[in-house]
Design a protein around this ligand. Structure first.
Ligand code: PMV
Length: 307
């Protein structure tokens, strides 16, 4: 059996693709789990998942790439040319395309489960590299933050192509995570930000650098346990994401309602234009904020701790 948690980006999405830092944490409230059962000799590898109407063989052309690719990469990594005779069963509570890293989590759990079935081990760096390869088919030009936080399962300060820096968060804080009923593929929003940058390089470069400054300050605020400052930084980051055109009316509305109901800060999280938003709350404000989010169209609200 293998598992992988979801993830949340706290600060720095989109600018991270362009070399700025970002901060992400594991989202333990949602997860993918996989298990294996033996199949008769000669059957090869089969996959069972709620996403599929019926079990599909790894050789079946109908098998989605998100399932096939991690398994094929894992078999290649272990120099296995003949499919093992196993059935892999997948179950997941991570909503797809909601900015929770469902693709990276699925890939991590599948690769771990194949390693298990082959009685092999894979070190986290090699696993991270393989999950990153899978991310490329989902996102085009991913920064690598999703796979990294999902593989290492620790809050991270992440800069593309730099060594990972774990963050130790001194004071636990509570976040509400609202999922929206609509989502836009990260591939599209990342592409749109790229085009915006090509069209207005000077202006957008200033936006990226300003987000980078916010992320550096947020790291200190997390380490020092300063929720008031963090809340303000979340709002500042959200405004820059609006400039990057990745927010939308409902995300803006939910952030506004969260603040009105007493949240210390709120912002969209992940690729944007739907997906999810986060609000920083205290014990005395969380019930009000949750009610406001649900009353304004959030599909679900998850409570999670930072630190
Ligand atoms: O997978 P999502 O939707 O949480 O977005 C990932 C964050 C981006 O910065 C938008 C893209 C990336 O590769 O870092």
């Amino acid at each position: 059996m293998a598992t992988a948690f979801g993830k949340l980006i706290l600060f720095g999405e989109h600018a991270v693709v362009h070399g700025q830092p970002s901060i992400a944490i594991p989202l333990r409230a949602v997860q993918v789990s996989t298990s294996i059962t033996p199949r008769p000799q000669g059957d090869g590898l089969w996959i069972t998942s709620k996403q599929l109407e019926h079990p599909l063989s790894l050789s079946d052309t109908q098998l989605p790439d998100a399932l096939r690719y991690p398994i094929e990469l894992a078999l290649r990594h272990f120099n296995i040319t003949q499919q093992p005779n196993i059935e892999v069963t997948i179950s997941s509570t991570i909503p797809m395309a909601s900015g929770f890293g469902s693709g990276a989590a699925l890939a991590k759990a599948l690769i771990d489960t194949i390693a298990d079935a082959l009685h092999q081990t894979i070190d986290p760096d090699a696993l991270n590299q393989l999950v990153y390869e899978v991310e490329k088919i989902h996102h085009g030009t991913p920064s690598g933050i999703d796979n990294t936080v999902i593989v290492y399962e620790h809050p991270i300060y992440f800069v593309k192509d730099q060594p990972i820096e774990p963050i130790n968060i001194s004071t636990p804080m509570t976040l509400l995570v609202a999922t929206l009923p609509h989502a836009t593929s990260t591939y599209i929003t990342v592409g749109d930000v790229n085009r915006l940058y090509e069209n207005e390089p000077e202006h957008i470069s200033i936006v990226f650098h300003s987000i980078g400054d916010i992320v550096r300050t947020a790291r200190q605020a997390l380490q020092n346990g300063d929720p008031l400052l963090l809340g303000k930084l979340m709002l500042d980051n959200h405004h820059y994401l609006q400039t990057l055109t990745v927010s939308d009316e409902q995300l803006d509305q939910l952030c506004y309602e969260a603040i009105n109901a007493g949240a210390l800060g709120a912002k969209l999280s992940g690729g944007g234009r739907g997906g999810n938003m986060i609000a920083l709350v205290t014990d005395s404000t969380k019930a009000n904020v949750k009610a406001a989010l649900l009353a304004n169209g959030a599909a679900t609200v998850i409570e999670t701790q930072i630190g």
